[in-house]
Design a protein. Structure first.
Length: 81
């Protein structure tokens, strides 16, 4: 995570690029200072990563609600019980 001092050294275009990487909502309307504030608050929580299928996923979306089940325990939509 970059500190505010490190972010202040970047241009608005560089800040916008980082905001795009972190998928910050409202970034296109933010001023340079607003981008600095938003990027310093995120702390990396919005970072995206590719899953096994190559799709971009947010780490929070990988949360499994039922930890007692694995993906192979759940029947597919097309299969009947």
């Amino acid at each position: 995570m970059a500190t505010k001092d490190e972010l202040r050294q970047l241009s608005k275009a560089e800040l916008y690029e980082r905001a795009t990487e972190q998928d910050l909502p409202g970034r296109s309307k933010m001023s340079r200072q607003e981008l600095i504030n938003a990027l310093s608050r995120t702390g990396g929580r919005r970072k995206m990563a590719r899953d096994a299928g190559g799709r971009w996923r947010h780490p929070a979306r990988l949360h499994r609600a039922r930890t007692d089940l694995s993906p192979t325990d759940v029947p597919g939509i097309a299969t009947s019980p």
